[in-house]
Design a protein around this ligand. Structure first.
Ligand code: EPZ
Length: 418
């Protein structure tokens, strides 16, 4: 099991670039199955992207990947059966189902895996497929969907699920007629998926608002697209500067609108933030402030994917904060690990966290149990006195491409042991 060894206490200073977004790239790779030849730039070199590429190859697509650009030829696709092994590794594997349904009018799949954040049902995805005309049979663990024809219609999501919105957008692209998704997710990654789909010749509009309209077309064309910057990696790097009292310039941060919910929290924490064209500068000359009460919520609220990293910062802030996690029922595996480092966090249940800022943290051995929780432990290690070992680096590697290299470039004392 790979691990990070961190000796904390160094202020991070300097400049790094934001990589492409995992959560934009994964649905875009899945959408490529309805296209012809797609060239997708700025794909981050992380294990989840390699898993998505394995799925594309399993389906029969020809795929070339150089660690940044993925070229997918989906004309050679031969099967509508999704592979169990890869599905169990990654939640977003289910987004391939929408594309297969569009292309073959059928698919078979398994319950997707992914980070353990509590129950993560796919009922809204399947309800959406049914509304488009599919029948779905769930036999033990296998999900089999078939449709004689796919017909557009109005689909109202009971909650604005990111994955369900993406799956329905892709499935509806080749359906007959117009599909309207109401109460759609508004995340920037949905807008990026729409951008790619338009590049392929799909007729999609409204992404970024709660109503998305997809007018089905008969065929799509070759496409070339560049993935948006990863706003969560950007937030994590800003947190690395903030938690160490450092000062960084983060390049390639993209549209300020996408970063606003995260940047606002850094300002509330007492850091100084300057927005430049496609870059963000942050400096943290003083101890961070507690925030009172904050809640995670869908975009444009504060993203759940920054909740653990925010908690690491608040663990050494001046004052108290209550975080309410509203998206996932148990995104809390990092809490006992941060406590081992001296964080004072009371958690009456798995959605509420009362954080009493401590003067400092101390290094020890901790275990990453999921992607963002693991990133939070790395951040805590950067600020802690002494040495921190973060075990199970594989979770962090799902979403951060060699995070140790960027942190070293900023002056951190961090080593990766495979
Ligand atoms: C996406 O997951 C992201 N993953 C997650 O990023 C992110 O935390 C999440 O959106 C929320 O922003 C990718 O984009 C690959 P949801 P997704 O469907 O699509 C419930 C990270 O760290 N729900 O919006 O799985 C669900 O249980 C990750 O990068 C249903 O009840 O999120 C959850 O409570 C982890 N039924 C809530 O909705 C459904 O059919 C939000 O889930 C679908 C979801």
């Amino acid at each position: 099991m790979a691990e990070y060894i961190i000796t904390g206490g160094r202020r991070l200073l300097g400049e790094v670039a934001t990589p492409g977004s995992k959560n934009a790239a994964l649905p875009i790779l899945a959408a490529a199955v309805i296209g012809r030849r797609s060239i997708i730039h700025n794909c981050p070199d992380i294990s989840d992207i390699r898993c998505a590429i394995d799925i594309l190859r399993h389906l029969g697509c020809k795929v070339f990947y150089d660690g940044n650009t993925v070229v997918i030829d989906a004309r050679s696709i031969i099967t509508h059966d999704l592979p169990r092994h890869q599905m169990e590794k990654m939640r977003s594997s289910i987004i391939f189902a929408g594309g297969l349904l569009a292309r073959f009018r059928k698919f078979s799949a398994y319950q997707p895996g992914g980070c353990h954040l509590g129950a993560r049902p796919i009922d809204l995805h399947l309800q959406g497929f049914k509304k488009l005309g599919a029948t779905i049979d769930i036999d033990d663990e296998k999900i089999v969907a078939k449709a004689n024809e796919l017909a557009g219609g109005k689909i109202h999501l009971a909650n604005p699920s990111v994955g369900a919105t993406q799956n329905i957008m892709i499935a509806a692209a080749l359906a007959d007629g117009v599909t309207i998704i109401e109460n759609a997710a508004k995340e920037p990654e949905i807008v990026d998926l729409q951008g790619f789909m338009i590049a392929m010749g799909a007729k999609v509009s409204g992404a970024g608002s709660s109503t998305i309209t997809i007018e089905g077309v008969h065929e799509l064309r070759d496409a070339e697209y560049t993935i948006m910057p990863d706003r969560i990696v950007a937030g994590t790097y800003l947190a690395a500067a903030a938690i160490t009292g450092g000062a960084i310039r983060l390049k390639n941060t993209g549209a300020h609108y996408n970063m606003r919910p995260i940047v606002e929290k850094f300002i509330d924490l007492g850091t100084f933030v300057t927005l430049e064209d496609n870059a963000i500068c942050l400096s943290a000359p003083h101890r961070l402030h507690g925030l009172g009460y904050i809640t995670t919520s869908p975009h444009p609220g504060f993203p759940t994917d920054m909740q653990p990293q925010l908690m690491a910062m608040l663990a050494i802030a001046h004052g108290n904060t209550t975080i309410e996690e509203t998206l996932f029922e148990s995104r809390d595996k990092h809490v006992p690990e941060l406590a081992k480092m001296g964080a004072k966090i009371a958690s009456p249940d798995s959605r509420f966290f009362h954080i009493q800022g401590a003067p400092s943290l101390h290094g020890t051995t901790v275990e990453a149990m999921d992607l963002r929780g693991g990133a939070a432990l790395v951040l805590a290690g950067l600020a802690a006195h002494g040495q921190t070992i973060v075990k199970n680096a594989c979770y962090v590697e799902r979403g951060y491409a060699a995070i140790q290299n960027d942190l070293q470039a900023l002056g951190a004392n961090i080593t990766y042991i495979s």
